[in-house]
Design a protein around this ligand. Sequence first.
Ligand code: 3HC
Ligand code: NAI
Length: 689
Amino acid sequence: MTELTESVRLEMRDDVALVIVNNPPVNALSHHVRQGLLDGMHQAAQNEAVAVVLICDGRTFIAGADISEFGGERLGPDLPEVQDAMENCPKPVVAAIHGTALGGGLEVALCAHYRVAVESAKFGLPEVKLGLLPGAGGTQRLPRVTGVPKALQMMTSGDQIGASEALMCGLVDQVVEDLETGAIALARKAAHEGWPLTKIRDRNEKLQETESDPDLFSNFRKSIARKTRGFLAPEYNVQCVEAAISGTFEEGLAAERRLFTDLMTGSQSGAQRYYFFAERAANKIPDVPRDTPVVDVQHCGVLGAGTMGGGIAMNFANVGIAVTIVERDQESLDRGLAVVRKNYERSASRGSIAPEDVDRRMALITGSIDKNDFAGCDMVIEAVFEDMELKKTIFAELDAICRQGAVLASNTSALDVNEIASATSRPQSVIGMHFFSPANVMKMLEVVRGDKTSDTVIQTAMTIAKKIAKVPVLVGVCHGFVGNRMLFMRRIEADKMVLEGATPDQVDRVLFDFGFPMGPFAMSDLAGLDIGWKAENSKSDSVRDIMNESGRKGQKNGRGYYTYDPDTRAATPDPDVVAMIREFAVGRGIEQREVTDQEVLERCLYPMVNEGAKILEEGIAIRGSDIDVVWVNGYGWPMYRGGPMYWADEVGLTEVVASIKDYGERLGGAHWKLSPLLERLATEGGSLH
Ligand code: 3HC
Ligand code: NAI
């Protein structure tokens, strides 16, 4: 055995050389890995070996470039030098893949002459998620192996494919049971039988297949337009594949290099790479050690089968966890379960789950109208109406029914978790788990720790969140927690601006153009304008009152701030609404004027930044990046702008502070009162993220 560098070693298995990478946690291509691979290839080329196997220790094959090295000093050999050594090795080189071969890792594997993998292995080029494109020949080699359509799909989505699919599309040559044995056997066979040492760069047959479809690229662009709006990287990835077709391999590489550098030095990738680490940082809770014991949640209870409860139950059933869902009466239960089934059926008809999964998942969900059926549950999540007295009554009941040690969670979107916990004899077991709607789709989960919530309960909520494919962020108790508390601030200003002369359509458009999926008024229409509104209490003293009084309920009846096409649901701004708002505002003596788009943006976003800073100084969020994770995942803040805290830093805190002070003086209102933390950071040159 030869230690080549701190993370790569060379071992012989009779006549086959193994170059072994060991760079935990994910065998990223740090400079010492690149150096070790280069040295390993050179040594194996010259020693007595007949073939070389590249294999990794630990949980995965190389999962990509070392992102933490990006933007830093360049150390060690560049990746293409390593790849050249592999491709030009005079002996067969076999990549042996387990775990995830991602990004630069897959690009390395594409320079081996052959690839073997275990059945559980996954393959992907996720660079697009970091605002990048594969910068080590991946954009040129992948389409040569898989064909253009598959490569386009993998590169622009960043999604992974499994070993069977990889085998089918030519990305791997063999799926084996025992990785090392299988890879060595194939390497030896290739050497002894004199298999060709074909380089993928020389294979053009799959590129030529595209000649029969002149519209391939334009159709593909159309198909991803909606999903990738605002992002630069998907388009750049497409351009690289176009370059693969229109020129030589070397010309394609040159285009890849140029476009990669553009992205790498641009603001979007900076934000997206920041976001990657932000999401991972959110898992780290300073005062709750990672090895804190957790409750093993094998059976989850959900109370309430309404909008949220049904979706929450689905999350658990999706990963094989049994759920008992309890409603107040049979009719509500039946209705709730029918919605769940319909959602599964829709997923099956779209092909996102297998047809047999509908019944399999439904079978994991048991309906009941008796809370005593929660007795055996390890965790119960309450999702009844947003009413403190009701929630307290229910938590007292759960306290009497549930076994000691069970986690008692509330899905409240704003209420005081400490007060809810006070209704039980075990506040240490009570926690908030704030799912976002639709709960089976949205990835965000605010985990709300009460003053007395135990470490075990916090760690259990964070762990189960990952298991059900959510992105959890731990927050503290305050009205609306992190996400909704900041959203309320945006809403105040959006409502005020339409009274001053902006239109709902203008406000929404400015936020849409910024990158949000929709603005506040479209969002209200979607949620329903009549939520929480009661005809008997309505006194025409807010825009919401007059909207409801004129029968506008939002999308549900085709009329809200917009009118909706009954077939397509397309929204059209409604001049009647604008007239109604004008009349209302003038009647209240509010002067009408033109509000610029710039003002709309600033008045929507700066109060959020200010509130975020207050949330930080109160310790409600652990770190600024946690706030960004909530907003990107929970409210569609465009990832390429990092999140509100990151964005404010990019704008410049001095400018943000000056604007907040200025608006505060002109407009008044507690939400414009400058956060002392924000002011200090601006003065000291600090940063919110
Ligand atoms: N570089 C540096 N650190 C990385 C990393 C990378 N490429 N990938 C993961 N890590 C770190 C994480 O920050 C985390 O660190 P922490 O424990 O200190 O928080 C740790 O590894 C474990 O990561 P996860 O918590 O994400 O572990 P999972 O098991 O859930 O997921 C994974 C593993 C699927 C590999 C996931 O980490 C992942 O998707 N990583 C990024 C893969 C990627 O984007 N690769 C492409 C990089 S760009 C590139 O290759 C450019 C090339 O074209 C030149
Ligand atoms: P919903 O009205 O759709 O569903 C509530 C369900 O609880 C109803 O089916 C009702 O029959 C049932 N219920 C009421 N009292 C009950 C009782 N005593 N026993 C058993 N079942 C009972 O409400 P929704 O929207 O699902 O909200 C539930 C909770 O989730 C609220 O606290 C809300 O604030 C929160 N939330 C809602 C979001 C949303 O967008 N709808 C988003 C995030 C959180």
